[in-house]
Design a protein. Sequence first.
Lengths: 442, 296
Amino acid sequence: MATWTGISTALSSLQAQRVAMDIAGQNIANVNTPGYVRQRVQLSSGLGVDVSAIQRLQSGVLGDRARTEGARLGELTVTSTVLNEIEQVFPEPSSTGLATKLDALWSGFADVARDPSNAAARIQVVEQANVVTFWLNDAAQRLTDMSTDYKQSLANLVTSANSYAEEIADLNIAISQSVQGTSDTNSLLDQRSYAATQLSNAIGGTFTIDDANIMRVALGGTTLVGSSSYAALQVNTTAGTTSVQWESNDATAAITSGTASGYLDTINTVIPEWTASLNTVAAALTSKVNTAQAAGYDLDGIAGAAMFTGTTAATIAVAFSDGAGIAASTIAPTGGVASLNGSNADTMSALGTVSGGPDGLYQSLVVSLGYSTQAANQSAQTQESFNSSIRSQIDSESGVNIDEEMANLLTYQRAYEAAARVLTAIDEALATLINRTGLVGR
Amino acid sequence: MTTIGRMSSSSQGLQNMDSVAGMQKRMAQLQEQVSSGKAIQRASDNPGGTQSVMTLRAEHARITQYTKNIDNGLLRLNTARTQVDSINDQLLKVRDLVIQGQSSAVPANVRSALAAQVDVLRSSLLVAANGDFAGRPLFAGATSGATAYDATGAFVGDANAVSTRVDDSGSTVRIELNGPEVFGSGATDAFALLTTIAASLRSAPADLAANLVTLDSVITTARGAQATVLSRINQLNELHDVTADRELGLAGALNAVENTDLAKAVMELTTQQTGYQAALYATAKVMQPSLMDFLQ
């Protein structure tokens, strides 16, 4: 062994322990940084000690799982949020929902049936009919507004997905140009992994990392992010159908999970579906009441005119404003004199119970919406707890534990002190050798 | 929960936050139930229950209408009964007068006085026949005219029945009597007969015996009307009780589905609060210490 070997050994230890303490410090500093993966110094013995690499403690499998499940959660969360929002449009059971308004309309007809000559009862029916149509118009409008809002949200989401895709492509370049196994590269990997999680939550996709540490992202087989570039996406609405397209060729991009998938489903399927359901209620109201009206005679003895126009929730309106127009009587006028019979108004007062009537349709709408919402909430909740268990697993592998880092810090500090002591010891030994030997007889 | 060997500092915090947030959510739900008094806030809380509530509410609205229909019918029939009673009384008075006038001992001037009384009773009967309920003539069917009988005693109403719905099956009860059902119809109705009787008293007392026979049949008709009114009133009274019972039962059913079981909800809330406090305490205890507290 050469004379100075001991000193360089002690020096290598001092340097290695310093690096290790820096990394512990880095870990502690990032204890709350989202996406941060803890690092560990890999030491190897040679002449003294070497820092062979700075490891990034993350398993690829868990990361992939987290991204896939994150995309699924994104979709389920949107579905559940949307259904809860739609449920707000139909506030049942309460006194502000359509059911109560329809009940009041039918009761109004019963009031007219009791006394067909009562002008106040007649005008009240017309007013109540206006309340019902206003409610339907308003509900339809709110569903349309929701659709518009979600289109805007989708556009924003696609914009941010584009910027995440761009970031991943940029990071691919930076990572390919940097030295593997250093703290700087690790931090680039953290950034890329975080961007990938965000991108996956937004639009799903397939993520692969090759041996050269390049992350590629594909949507339904088409490349979204390559080794150094990305393909931009855009939102398009044609003939009432909204889709996410590739900016390069306007072809539809295959989005099957993530928040974007939830938004697309909301805009193209969910809202139109419940709007159609609401429309059947409006159509039934118009048809049932108008049919009953046509079977009777109004206060002036004229055959009953249509009370409602329009067969969609957005367009339904009350056709007349004069209470005399209510065809309360089933008996044709005799000698030009109208009858004050109230049988037809009585029939109309029972329209709330006829099969295929607006009440029944509305009730099944509310109940099936309730079941759908309940199911969606439960799926989202289950997925959430599943994701949090994956997050825990990742965290248990990659997360920073302050106690552990403090213990590492202590270990490295003590090692540093010990190495320093070694240096001193060698120094003193050499001093003895150099300064004290060969002095006999001096 | 998955078994985890190693805990990171942030995941420890996150897990604690998750469980605390879960408890807060459950507490908020219970608080909403207690403060609003409603067990179902939105359809997704309990879709089946929502259906029951909506059905029961609609039924309640209908029953309220049936109650109103029955009450209205009772008022109308009771008014009719008063009139029919007085009509019967007056017809009996006419009968007395006819019997008085039949006696050959009665001088002509007394007969013509009796005839004058019959005239008065006829007018009074006409007033009763045009009796009204809420501005509508009682015995005129569904006519929009203002009277059932004109000044000459001719029926000007129509024969259309006025009925009211009393249950979901669409059963109806007639809540009026038509003029001819009370006074008879055609040439032998009460008004024509009283005109004839007055004439007989004045100039043809021999016809009075035949008049009396016709009068008796008119009285029978009027009595029949009296019985009909009474039986309809009884029917409506019974329906009133049945409907009131149903309304009460419905309110109970609605209450059971729709309203919060306060005792239960408050108990659950208290349990949740205890759990919540325990979780907070545990979080505070777990999160606080780290190795740093013990390193010098």
